[in-house]
Design a protein around this ligand. Structure first.
Ligand code: IMP
Ligand code: MG
Length: 185
């Protein structure tokens, strides 16, 4: 395992900036869903770190559920353009307010697939809260209600985002120097 310092091109978003922005997002959510019940649906695995920080700042009643969507192959740095739902919700979302919690939108295929599926179950509301948005990479349109940061077209890791499944635990978002990353080490 390489030490991440060897391939960290730059810290794109610091721990402080992440925490400050997540507080703002939680404030908005608390205001918008005031008096309503809410289900936070985290898209695993990348969304987990964002979820846990965000939910601890959400003061309105809410429940949690999880989905697993696979779109990236290990080793691939590009979206495959296909998203497969490999773990579905346990909650019945009919007539419920659903807020999807996701780490990043790149092409948009992952969230598109999730939204298309969940909409068929007739929730009362269905919205997206995403931490990072690579807007210039978008291939399919996704409506985003809460957005943490718009980021440039760089492969990023940390704060839930992986490089070949590792480094999700870092407290900041870093950009990967692909020349200096060696997966076989
Ligand atoms: P999309 O389907 O192309 O929008 O891709 C979204 C998914 O790809 C996210 O849920 C992430 O798991 C993954 N992904 C996209 N960009 C990155 C990145 O820069 N680093 C790590 N994972 C990424
Ligand atoms: Mg993800």
């Amino acid at each position: 395992m390489q030490d991440y310092h060897e391939f960290l091109a730059e810290v794109l978003i610091s721990e402080n900036d992440l925490q400050r922005r997540i507080s703002e997002l939680a404030d908005e959510i608390n205001r918008d869903y005031n008096g309503e019940d809410l289900i936070l649906v985290c898209i695993l695995r990348g969304g987990i770190v964002f979820l846990t920080d965000l939910m601890r700042r959400i003061t309105i009643p809410h429940t949690l559920d999880f989905m697993v969507v696979s779109s990236y192959m290990v080793g691939a740095r590009q979206s495959s353009g296909q998203a497969r739902i490999t773990l579905d919700l346990r909650t019945d979302i009919y007539n419920q307010n659903v807020l999807l919690i996701e780490d990043i939108i790149d092409s948009g295929y992952t969230l598109r697939a999730v939204l298309d599926l969940l909409r068929t179950r007739k929730p009362k509301s269905l919205d997206v809260c995403v931490l990072l948005d690579k807007v210039e990479r978008r291939e399919v349109d996704v409506p985003v209600r809460y957005r943490g940061f718009i980021i440039p077209d760089k492969f990023v890791f940390g704060y839930g985002l992986d490089v070949d499944e590792y480094y999700r635990n870092l407290t900041f978002v870093g950009a990967l120097d692909t020349q200096k990353y060696h997966p076989e080490d």
